[in-house]
Design a protein around this ligand. Structure first.
Ligand code: IMP
Length: 500
């Protein structure tokens, strides 16, 4: 029996009754990623036995804070998981469904790291025998695609996600189970991929885009086979593992990666990731029948953010500038005193109605420490965007919303909210979204909603919120026609309100 590393939170206990009827719960992001899914998953996890990833790969980064081996001296440890479901932090059985893309070296590293941080034997982890496997060639192809797109580049995370998913559909990528075949057979499998990509690699070499040597099929085979012994104990047909769990009435939590805006089919193509980030991906990426899923919880960031390129209708400031702002002003993010001074002064200017949108964006970027967990890039911030959320609700069909980082609105006198999209002078119907090539032309329609003076950081119950904050939530809920079950008020496990 593994000792639990995580203390139950009050909010977690309150949720027991709410979640009881929903044995299999899907949690997805509703914006463009970085909504704080990790924290929400961590919160609801205690009511589930198994946690499952179904899409994406090492491009995802879920951060949870756990009471590590030093908990006795009050040290909370940060566990960032890229591949393994974040349920590992709570000793839940972890399944990496077939829809997940796997970097084997990272998988091994992540398990070793988790063992060190958690300080005890890990719960069972299952990796699908037919999940696509990363090779160095995928990294090279990604570099080529971004280069070839020139100005129109996607701004990917560099984890080979597009090439892996795309070449999988072309039926030429290696799968996890292939590494256990005999060496000759495995090299043969890799050879088709190598042959297909070689002309591109030669072109890259000619353009000095590749400086080292291009690994041969035998070299890639040997590299991947060198992980075989460590990986073997975790490999299974996860669709069968999940089927058995279903038969045994286990409660399962399906952890989405990325978010609707990055879904390859219903996001802002081609400025998307390559997997299924929408709730329907839980079926495709696991092999469980559609009716196995009982409810979806969609996590929404109060002020949405985006990294990389692509449409972002409610964005406050020019993307490139917003992304570079962090690099150029790193002390605002790392020096507590400089940060506090900046925030105070900027808030005064905002409340005096004298701040530009760029200055507003900078305020929220610094306040929210908007830097990516996987890439460290600055994130561009947008206003609350009701038309986008209505679209995300239409596709994901959530039973509830979790609204994270609500505390960021504290002390802002008036809060601009996007309540409609106008395209070519015409107001779009709720839930309607133009194709991505027209989204640049969308003119957001704003309303100014009253804010509140109090700082609500760390508030744990709705009763303790100022009336104006409560009114704000009800007004938002009315527009979205979906219950906001959870409201985040800070990064800690306890900083959450459950609204029954
Ligand atoms: P890829 O997933 O690396 O191919 O990147 C495609 C797009 O998705 C880029 O704009 C990335 O910045 C974005 N993206 C991928 N994963 C995440 C994530 O976990 N959070 C936020 N953006 C992401």
């Amino acid at each position: 029996m593994i000792k639990s590393a995580v203390k139950s939170s009050n909010a977690g206990k309150v949720l027991k009754k709410v979640l009881a009827p929903y044995r299999n719960l899907v949690v997805v992001g509703g914006n463009w990623g970085d909504e704080g899914k990790g924290k929400i998953i961590d919160l609801v996890m205690e009511h589930y036995n198994v946690t499952v990833r179904f899409s994406g790969g090492a491009n995802a980064g879920h951060t949870v804070f756990v009471d590590g081996p030093d908990a006795s001296v009050g040290v909370n440890k940060k566990l960032v998981s890229h591949l393994v479901p974040c349920g590992l932090a709570q000793n839940k059985a972890c399944v990496m469904g077939r829809g997940e893309l796997v970097d084997l070296r990272l998988f091994i590293e992540e398990l070793e790291q988790s063992k060190k941080i958690l300080g005890h034997k890990l719960a069972p982890v299952w990796l699908d025998q037919m999940s696509p496997v990363w090779t160095p060639w995928h990294g090279l192809l990604e570099a080529w695609l971004e280069y070839a797109r020139g100005k129109g580049k996607v701004g990917t995370t560099g984890k080979g996600i597009g090439p892996l998913e795309g070449l999988y559909k072309l039926r030429i990528v290696p799968l996890v189970g292939h590494i256990f075949l005999d060496r000759k057979k495995f090299i043969e499998i890799l050879e088709l991929l190598h042959k297909t990509l070689l002309p591109i690699f030669k072109e890259m070499k000619a353009k000095n885009l590749i400086t080292g040597t291009i690994p041969s099929s035998a070299e890639v085979a040997d590299m991947l086979r060198s992980y075989a012994a460590k990986v073997k104990p975790f490999v299974a047909d996860t669709s069968f593992v999940l089927y058995e769990a279903l038969e045994k009435h286990q409660r399962m939590l399906f952890e989405g990666a990325q978010a609707l805006g990055l879904d390859s089919r219903f996001g802002t193509y081609p400025f998307v990731s390559s997997g299924n980030s929408a709730a329907f991906g839980a079926a495709e990426g696991t092999g469980l029948p559609m009716q196995s899923f009982d409810a979806t919880l969609m996590v929404v960031k109060t002020l949405p953010t985006r990294v990389g390129a692509g449409p972002f209708p409610s964005e406050m400031w020019d993307r490139q500038n917003a992304m570079e702002f962090v690099k150029k002003n790193i002390e605002l993010f790392t020096d507590k005193k400089i940060k506090a001074n900046f925030l105070n002064q900027r808030l005064e200017k905002i409340n005096a109605g004298k701040a530009s949108n760029a200055e507003l964006s900078q305020y929220f970027q610094v306040l929210g420490d908007e830097r990516g967990a996987t890439t460290g890039r600055g994130r561009s911030v947008g206003f609350i965007d009701i038309p986008w959320l209505l679209y995300a609700i239409r596709i994901n069909g959530p039973k509830w919303l979790a609204l994270t980082r609500f505390d960021m609105l504290s002390s802002v006198k008036t809060i601009p909210v996007v309540v409609g999209y106008r395209l070519n002078g015409k107001l779009l119907a709720p839930g309607q979204l133009p194709p991505p090539w027209d989204m640049e032309k969308v003119k957001p329609v704003f309303e100014n909603w009253p804010g509140w003076q109090e700082n609500i950081y760390g508030v744990e119950s709705e009763k303790k919120l100022p009336q104006a904050a409560r009114n704000f939530l009800s007004r938002l809920e009315k527009h979205l026609k979906t219950h906001i079950l959870l409201v985040g008020t800070g990064p800690g496990r306890q900083d959450i309100i459950v609204r029954l």
